[in-house]
Design a protein around this ligand. Structure first.
Ligand SMILES: [Mg+2]
Length: 347
């Protein structure tokens, strides 16, 4: 089998009236680049990557895929997935193996795994060795732009749908505001639902220690991204000083950056981001590296590709997701998503 063509399609969403917001940024420019990798056997691998916080970034990504990546793919064997990944990394090195380059690598990697899945008739997690038949999931619904009533409402919806864990944004200007948000959520969902908090890189070590001690007394399970993503030594200091688990990783590019945190014991829960890590292959590799440190793995975001990643890992903890779509309801049992059985990345 040979790759014959890479096709891209740009989708720019209308600017949202009320952008989704955390303590760091607002997603004002949602859009995506949809990718199709065509083969001479007629199998087409699909993927989609996108940015939402930078105006024009999706247009730039499309140009990179069309002008730089596509010529490097035509004529290649689509099942030499890691070889292609390493070749693209080398070829694109001068514009950094970071940032947007990783998004482009992800678009290719996911499409190639989809081709492998279709060619073999297997879900992708089985192609690397299935480890789980179900994956616990929590909802990320407690966005910063929601007022207390709206926050309570979405958390109630989450528990109505059967989720046993929910995540709430923190990192408000004051600790007192964070506490009010958490008290409102706890009053709504009762004592038995797990609550996590996410500060989106906005705290200092001192402030993370101060707030973290309060959060853990309030029964919060994990503190996510309290510090800037690559302040590795600061993460180590915080993780050693705080009893509650520190979850982080969604803004790290490549497994080498996770290594920096793991060797310092600055991370208790690994969170892999599909787009920033470079695709399915690198998320699985990072998850397995975390397993060697006895650190559990979660995904940043949900959907079928992330679910396939977690079904392939022995140290899976949680899939992150929004509220269930109608299609997802059929595959969600007792707070867990069942392992997909469709070819490639499908149910
Ligand atoms: Mg996060």
């Amino acid at each position: 089998m040979k790759i014959t063509r890479l096709e891209t399609e740009l989708y720019i969403a209308p600017p949202p009236e009320r952008p989704i917001t955390d303590a760091l940024r607002a997603n004002k420019h949602p859009g995506r680049v949809h990718v199709k990798v065509h083969t001479d056997k007629g199998i087409v691998g699909r993927s989609s990557v996108g940015f939402s916080s930078i105006r024009g970034a999706n247009q730039t990504l499309q140009t990179m895929l069309d002008a730089e990546v596509a010529p490097l793919l035509v004529g290649r064997d689509p099942l030499a997935i890691r070889l292609i990944h390493e070749d693209l990394k080398r070829a694109l090195e001068e514009q950094a193996i970071h940032g947007m380059t990783m998004y482009a690598l992800t678009a290719v990697n996911v499409a190639l795994w989809e081709i492998f899945g279709q060619e073999t008739g297997q879900p992708v997690h089985r192609l690397v060795g299935q480890a789980k038949d179900r994956v616990p999931a929590y909802t990320m619904v407690g966005w910063m732009h929601l007022d207390l009533d709206e926050l309570k409402e979405v958390c109630a919806k989450s528990t109505e749908q059967g989720f046993k864990a929910v995540k709430v944004k923190v990192g408000s200007p004051t600790l007192e505001e964070d506490i009010r948000r958490l008290e409102a959520v706890r009053a709504e969902i009762g004592p038995d639902v797990t609550v996590m908090v996410d500060a989106n890189q906005t705290l200092t070590v001192y402030e993370a220690l101060r707030r973290g001690q309060v959060f853990q007394e309030m029964g919060v399970f994990w503190l996510e991204e309290p510090l800037p993503a690559r302040n590795y030594d600061d993460y180590a200091e915080l993780a050693h000083g705080l009893a509650m688990p520190i979850a982080t990783g969604e803004n790290l590019y490549g497994k080498e950056e996770f290594k920096e945190l793991l060797i310092r014991r600055g991370i208790d829960i690994v969170q892999v981001d599909l787009a920033r890590l470079g695709g399915f292959s690198e998320c699985v590799a990072t998850g397995l590296m975390a397993a060697a440190f006895d650190v559990p793995c979660c995904t940043h975001g949900g959907g079928l590709i992330n679910l396939n990643i977690l079904c392939a890992l022995p140290n899976t903890l949680y899939l992150e997701t929004g509220l269930l779509t109608d299609e997802e309801r059929d595959h969600f049992v007792d707070g867990c998503f069942l392992a997909p059985e469709g070819a490639g990345f499908s149910w």
